[in-house]
Design a protein around this ligand. Structure first.
Ligand code: SF4
Ligand code: SF4
Length: 324
């Protein structure tokens, strides 16, 4: 299949074209800004606010195949229980470390592929949004690699939405479990009212890849992320080093395979942090056009099933020790 490189946003080469171009998503995201500020939502919100790129999002909803639309409706329906009443009797917590372990076990029993705990930080909050919780329980849900091999067809889009639905079910049930213990908890699924990736990194679940997605050893980037925010006392996990940069600095697989040239070969300054960043104005229209794209995730070596642990081990073993 020949893929055309599209350099403007949203491109006339795609079936959607703004009459009046929205403000650049890269500008809204703070590309090139040297000072930290909170992120602004651009696209894929929860519906609570009107976003700058909302028309593209509406178009996205209209072109979804029925199965994706249906799974999305189920997902939204599940999220009606994201928050709710808290039991009057509070279960005391003497050991936050033991409680964190118990909550992780519960999350895995509810279907989580991986789970970690992090503090809720400013990096994970959008401007104007102030959830009042100290802790984040971050959950990963793998996607089926055989189905995701069909990117960029509807078949992969259906699998993506199925994983969203499963992870929503998991975090909603986990939040309900915590509320039944007498502590506040709110589930955040697909609806993007918080930034899940910085929380997942702080929770020790993986590192950011050149393609702008989380990479973890278990699933590469072929998974979805969701979060429960809570005041249940929990010990935090620590960020991990699985040598993602060691590979990304030399690898160009996602850069070359991205059909719209959205992935840069170098890290960039974004709201005060030097990091991997995907060109939003190039990616979002193609992502919409293909109902979820995902090429960069699928071609990444970390996403090969079962490859992550040995890849991390090998990369870490090849590091040259610092000269004394
Ligand atoms: S494809 Fe290569 S460069 Fe891109 S995220 Fe994966 S390892 Fe990094
Ligand atoms: S999702 Fe598709 S368009 Fe976006 S960066 Fe990845 S490969 Fe490129």
């Amino acid at each position: 299949m020949t893929r055309r490189v599209i350099r403007d946003f949203p491109s006339a080469a795609l079936p959607f074209q703004y009459r009046q171009q929205p403000r650049s998503g890269n500008e809204i995201n703070g590309l090139g800004e040297p000072v930290f500020r909170r992120a602004e939502q651009v696209f894929h919100g929860s519906g609570a606010r009107e976003l700058e790129w909302r028309k593209l999002e509406l178009f996205f909803a209209l072109i979804n195949p029925f199965r994706v639309y249906w799974l999305n409706m189920v997902n939204r329906w599940l999220l009606r229980r994201a928050d709710g009443p808290v039991a009057k009797t509070r279960q005391p917590v003497a050991d936050p470390r033991a409680m964190a372990e118990a909550i992780k076990q519960r999350a895995r029993a509810l279907g989580a592929g991986a789970v970690g705990v992090a503090p809720l930080t400013e990096k994970a909050l959008y401007n104007g949004y102030q959830p009042d919780y100290p802790h984040a329980i971050v959950v990963l849900m793998p996607m089926d690699s055989q189905e995701m091999a069909f990117v960029t067809t509807n078949r992969a889009g259906v699998e993506t939405m199925r994983a969203y639905m499963e992870i929503t079910r998991t975090v909603v049930a986990l939040a309900e479990h915590i509320r039944a213990m007498g502590w506040r908890a709110r589930a955040y699924g697909e609806a993007a009212d918080i930034l899940h990736i910085p929380l997942a990194i702080d929770a020790g679940l993986g590192q950011l890849g050149k393609h702008g997605s989380l990479i973890c050893t278990e699933f590469g980037s072929s998974m979805r992320i969701a979060t429960v925010l809570t005041d249940l006392p929990l010990a935090h996990d620590q960020p991990v080093d699985i040598a993602v940069d060691d590979l990304c600095l030399g690898c160009r697989r996602c850069t070359l395979d991205c059909p719209v040239d959205a992935i840069a070969d170098h890290k960039q300054m974004v709201r005060g942090e030097e990091k991997w960043y995907v060109d939003f104005d190039k990616c979002a229209p193609y992502f919409t056009h293909t109902v979820g794209c995902g090429i960069c995730i699928e071609v990444c070596p970390w996403t090969i099933p079962g490859r992550g642990p040995s890849l991390a081990e090998k990369l870490l073993s090849k590091r040259v020790p610092d000269a004394v």
